[in-house]
Design a protein around this ligand. Sequence first.
Ligand SMILES: Cc1cc2nc3c(=O)[nH]c(=O)nc-3n(C[C@H](O)[C@H](O)[C@H](O)COP(=O)(O)OP(=O)(O)OC[C@H]3O[C@@H](n4cnc5c(N)ncnc54)[C@H](O)[C@@H]3O)c2cc1C
Length: 494
Amino acid sequence: MDTVWDVVVIGAGAAGLACSVAAAEAGASVLLLERGQALGGTTVYSVGSMTAAGTSLQRRAGIEDDTEQLIEDMWDYPDAGLSGDAPDLRRLYAEESGPTLEWLVRHGVQFTLPNIEPPHRVARMHNVVPSSRSYITRLAEAARAAGVHVALATEVRELVLEDGTVSGAVVAGPEGESTVLARRGVVLATGDFSGNSVMRQEHLSEAAAAALPINPEALGSGHQLAAQAGGELVAMDRLFGPQLRFGPPPRRGWLDRLPTWRWLCAIEGAVVRHVPASALRPVVKSLLVTHMSPTDALFRSGAVLVDRDGVRFGQEQDPAKELSARPGSTGYIIMDESVATTFDSEPNFISTAPGIAFAYFTDYRRGRPDLVTRADGVEELATRLGLDASALSASVGTSELRAPFVAMGPVHSMLTVTEGAVRVDGSLQVQRPDGQPVRGLFAIGAVGQGGMLLKGHGHHIGWAMTSGRVLGVRLAARPLDASSTRIQDEEEAA
Ligand SMILES: Cc1cc2nc3c(=O)[nH]c(=O)nc-3n(C[C@H](O)[C@H](O)[C@H](O)COP(=O)(O)OP(=O)(O)OC[C@H]3O[C@@H](n4cnc5c(N)ncnc54)[C@H](O)[C@@H]3O)c2cc1C
């Protein structure tokens, strides 16, 4: 690994890969450092929806869209407390998300035609085909083609600071510890902090801190590196959740096992864009029963939530928060056949991908038999689930439920992602609390949300890809500053 690069990018999820590819394609030498054994980060856990305005896929579907409407709609999520959070970043998102999606399409990423998700006034949510793994495969191919040097199993533990400017990073990899320097910028693309229990306890509510992270490797190390360099952390207490989620199936679904070969993805993309939505329903339903949260409406219809001892511990007003306080943040949804039947047809779904499809009780019974347990009585149900029979009996006694019973679970209280991030300005440079930049240091994707709260589907990937691509292009064109010239002098002297 060489010592001096134009751009050093830390973290190889959506944001880090997009930034590395864009910078290298624009002529910069790029070192991409990834702590894990593989590329992908939280991005590969995602469903892969990306919300963007003014795309060719929207035009193909006859949809006219523009930047100003996207900005207005992003602020329109009810009760989300978004108003005025980071206007310059929302504008960047709105202006550049469309060109970024086109850039991904040029690199071979396949999308469905856009779907609508209120409060967006038009369809803007583009879903990747067949899964989020294809973002990583296509960008990894592009990185190789553009000459990005990727170092896996290589962690950044410290930034190099010279006279207040970040000029490089101390890395620990398979060959030991070394220092790398960046002439044009060091980029944090390290994801969120939902997997770091110490940071969760420091910044989040008790319920959110106790919930289980979906990606336990989302450790917030970029937040810490930025703070050590003088950067400000913002909106650290914010997140949307926790949410109830079922665990993954015992065996990965076939959609998650499909290879991401370019030609195969191209065929799949053409198929999903041309066949009627009804023909794709079985595929979408299998996605829903694997990835989506069960609705709280179950509880309003009489279902109860018990913990893994069989104890009903609340009134299911905010079930995910209540469950996070119980052992293992894990429990079961208990209902009877009458409730299950209610959730077998419109408008009562168990989970949904908004605007795309709904999954009903029968879809879970067929698609996730591991999650559905039926029994003629409480004792039998307790035995089948391994719960304490008297506790479960007492819990059911507090409800209107009648035998035969149905349980869904185990269900967990989980954090999808955290929203708190490093403050960045419109150029994505890290900011100090006094509004001055931390020179040489940039942040993108989840760690670079800069106080912008990304409620709704498709905005996180949209921001990760958009901020990454935009910064890559800008850094490649960035004039070298005094400290970078010093790096160059040292390199020449060596
Ligand atoms: C279940 C689930 C579903 C989701 N679905 C969607 C969706 O459909 N649409 C959407 O918009 N968003 C979705 N999200 C959110 C979205 O996936 C993330 O916000 C986004 O992928 C973050 O991308 P990123 O590049 O910023 O970070 P990541 O993808 O997390 O990448 C960060 C990388 O940095 C590496 N790293 C961290 N620290 C270091 C270090 N010190 N040194 C070296 N490497 C380091 C990590 O190992 C990781 O690979 C979903 C999230 C989850 C959990």
